[in-house]
Design a protein around this ligand. Structure first.
Ligand code: NAD
Length: 366
């Protein structure tokens, strides 16, 4: 089924809405059909949470966890995702299958944020009480390879979500930003009050633009907007292009891992459950417009990360040393005072516990 026309699943009689995936890739590179069966059993008042959410990027790493948490809290969820082949589509389909297995009120629209018809179809499944906007072309290095695509999806895509929300009367939106907006910040840890006018990658620039747009829709239309600056997120379902997952895969296969620089670069790695805690806290409060850091507030060098992976996998890493990459920042470290005060955010999973948890999940996938 193409062109956004809903079809009925033979057994359940429920609707699957699927749109051609990103037109930016052209028809031949379109994401394969997912074969997913979709249910639409929303009944207001039946579930404790009693709200209906739209989650963009709901088939992705963070998005699928957010959908799952919302469903478990008793809310109805519609996920929009184009299932593009930025990384293996099968992983996104597996995430969606996990969501379907919950047998909770979950609907999925395969469609592109840049496609008005897909957005019309998605919003016709509303009205939504809240939107959690996570769909994006994520990552610094991919944004250097395809800067225009990154801006189109992240910036124009965000404008589209906000515009459709405005027309549909949804005024509460939580949007993914990124620690990358801090650029090369000499002040550690990074605080929301630090200047962010000097991004060093197209990705960071796109996320700064999203933050500005969130503020515009707050100021002009009275939207309630929370911008969440995620600090490198990991855990089950993590994107395979991110260091922890990529290194684990290569080490498991006995292959060398590419290490850019001397291994002294440091990241604040945040376990997915802690990110969920922060996202869910935003759904329960109104702020006007606020930006929050969501990190572990523990900065970890690449060398230490590799040691933790070695211990959890029980294998020594073979290191392929490469020069530092443009766009990479030397360190990230979240000051989480504001999230702690305003959201009651208390990250619980330090990297020493989180890596073994990730590896436990990873071993189940190989
Ligand atoms: P992800 O790639 O797993 O999820 C993003 C999802 O958005 C994907 O499933 C993708 O198919 C979908 N998508 C992309 N373009 C789309 C489009 N045009 N239309 C519809 N769907 C589209 O990435 P993630 O790691 O889960 O990241 C989620 C959000 O968090 C992103 O906005 C990302 O920039 C942000 N973020 C992530 C991290 C991290 O460490 N994972 C850190 C900072 C910020």
């Amino acid at each position: 089924m193409e062109g956004g026309k809903p079809t009925a699943d033979a057994r359940s009689g429920l609707k699957l809405v699927r749109h051609p995936a990103s037109r930016l890739f052209g028809p031949r590179a379109r994401a394969p059909r997912s074969g997913l069966k979709i249910r639409l059993p929303f009944k207001r008042g039946r579930y404790a949470g009693d709200m209906k959410f739209l989650v963009t990027g709901g088939a992705g790493f963070i998005g699928s966890h957010v959908c799952e948490m919302l469903l478990r809290e008793g809310h109805g969820v519609v996920a929009l995702d184009d299932l593009n082949p930025f990384y293996e589509v099968a992983l996104k389909q597996r995430n969606l299958r996990d969501l379907q297995k919950l047998a909770l009120p979950f609907s999925f629209v395969q469609g592109d944020l840049l496609d008005g018809a897909a957005l019309d179809e998605t919003f016709s499944l509303g009205p939504f009480d809240q939107i959690i906007h996570l769909a994006a072309r994520a990552g610094v290095r991919p944004s250097l390879e395809a800067p225009a695509l990154c801006q189109r999806v992240n910036v124009e895509g965000t404008v589209n979500v906000l515009e459709w929300a405005r027309r549909a009367g949804t005024r509460k939106v939580t949007i993914a930003s990124s620690s990358s907006v801090y650029g090369v910040n000499s002040r550690l840890p990074f605080s929301e009050t630090d200047p962010v006018a000097s991004p060093i990658s197209p990705y960071a620039a796109s996320k700064l633009a999203c933050e500005s747009l969130g503020h515009v829709y707050h100021h002009v239309y009275g939207f309630d907007v929370a911008m969440l600056r995620f600090f490198t997120v990991y855990g089950p379902r993590q994107r395979p292009d991110l260091a922890i997952h990529k290194f684990a895969r290569l080490m498991h296969a006995g292959r060398p891992i590419p290490v850019f620089g001397d291994g002294a670069s440091a990241r604040d790695y945040t376990y997915i459950d802690d990110i969920l805690q922060g996202v869910m806290a935003c759904t329960r409060q109104s702020f006007g417009f606020e930006i929050f850091n969501l990190g572990e507030s523990q900065t970890v060098t690449l060398n230490l990360l590799i040691e933790l992976l070695e211990a959890a996998l029980g294998r020594k890493a073979v290191i392929e040393r490469l020069p530092s990459q443009p766009g990479d920042v030397p360190a990230t470290w979240a000051d989480i005072t504001k999230a702690s005060d305003r959201l009651g955010y208390r990250p619980k999973t330090r990297i020493e516990e989180g890596i073994p948890l990730f590896i436990e999940w990873f071993k189940g996938t190989v």
